[in-house]
Design a protein around this ligand. Structure first.
Ligand code: ASP
Length: 337
């Protein structure tokens, strides 16, 4: 009898949880000096359409009962396939005029994670990160070994020049010119446009499970096998059902040093802060340290939020209250509310 009662109460607890969680998704396409006067109406429309497409596809999957893991995978894949963003097609160039891609994915119910760095021929690095999480006993694979694993998983492989775009090549030329005059870090501050466009998604599904996914070409003109924050679990990507899920974008070296994504979730978990206020605190502290960027967040109650310390962040969210697609900081965000 006792066992029956226990089983009934566990069942009820499960169904209460399921009812409580309303599904939602937030995505980003990079943060930085996104200057309204430098963007044509057509460019703006193209960015907005790509963001809306990704967030809607992710949301529809969630609304049909799909998992947050599938929703973030799908949204990031859509953004990787768009040449507008610094991930997959459209990734920035390395110093040697090639592309090296990083990605990570994490599930909040078990803190399982997969990450990949410096791959050159995997069409959708987020699918490789997910295969590492689900099909290997490892968390992070890199370079040639990661590419061999991708081939063993029958993931789509492409020539490195598949990722080429003219505007990223122009950005590389500008970056090289600037770096001849300035040391690396200083040059980045002088022209933050070079490096933006990383993509990410965080979501909550009908079971209350959180997930986060992030994918990037890294920073323009990177060399010496530089790896940014994205594949470093807890820096640029993190998910834990007891607090929140975060995907970041910005100057990766700072995100690694400040453990940005995990720090936001730790403040939610241990200090009882809302995810939105934890995110803006950490992003403010990042700026004080000299780091620019932003994050998107979903917490275990399904609250969707974002925070950034740059002029803009390509971003969109959708839950049962509707869809929001934004590029520039709104008046409220500029005022710090
Ligand atoms: N965080 C990425 C990196 O440092 C770049 C970006 O988000 O723009 O590799």
């Amino acid at each position: 009898m006792k066992q029956l009662l226990l089983a009934i109460s566990l069942c009820m607890a499960g169904s209460v949880m399921a009812e409580k969680a309303s599904v939602g998704i937030v995505i980003h396409g990079g943060a930085g000096t996104i200057d309204r006067s430098q963007m044509t109406d057509e460019q703006q429309k193209n960015y907005e359409a790509a963001l809306a497409d990704a967030v809607n596809k992710g949301y529809e999957l969630l609304a049909a009962g799909g998992s947050s893991l599938d929703a973030v995978t799908l949204a990031v894949t859509v953004l990787e396939d768009s040449p507008l963003f610094n991930a997959g097609k459209g990734a920035v160039y390395t110093w040697d005029e090639t592309h090296e891609l990083d990605a990570a994915i994490m599930t909040g119910q078990d803190r399982n994670a997969g990450a990949v760095s410096s791959v050159t021929n995997v069409k959708n690095p987020i699918l490789l990160a997910r295969a590492i999480m689900e099909q290997s006993e490892h968390v992070m694979l890199t370079g040639k070994g990661a590419e061999q694993f991708a081939a063993s998983q029958q993931l789509e492989l492409v020539d490195n020049n598949y990722f080429n775009t003219d505007f990223r090549f122009e950005a590389l030329k500008r970056a090289k010119e600037a770096q001849q005059q300035l040391p690396h870090q200083a040059a980045i501050v002088a022209d933050p446009n070079w490096k933006m466009g990383t993509v990410g998604a965080v979501a909550i599904d009908h079971t209350g499970n959180l997930a986060a996914a992030t994918s990037t070409g890294g920073m323009t003109a990177k060399r010496w096998g530089r790896v940014g924050d994205v594949p470093v679990i807890g820096a640029g990507n993190f998910a834990d059902n007891t607090s929140c899920a975060v995907s970041g974008t910005g100057h990766g070296e700072y995100f690694i040093r400040y453990n940005v994504a995990a720090d936001i979730c730790a403040r939610v978990k241990y200090q009882g802060k809302t995810a939105a206020s934890a995110a803006s605190e950490v992003i403010d502290e990042l700026l004080q340290a000299g780091g620019t960027g932003g994050v998107i967040v979903v917490d275990s109650k399904g609250e969707l939020s974002w925070a950034f310390n740059t002029q803009g962040m390509y971003r969109a969210k959708r839950d049962d209250s509707g869809t929001v697609v934004e590029i520039f900081a709104t008046q409220r965000e500029k005022a710090g509310n």
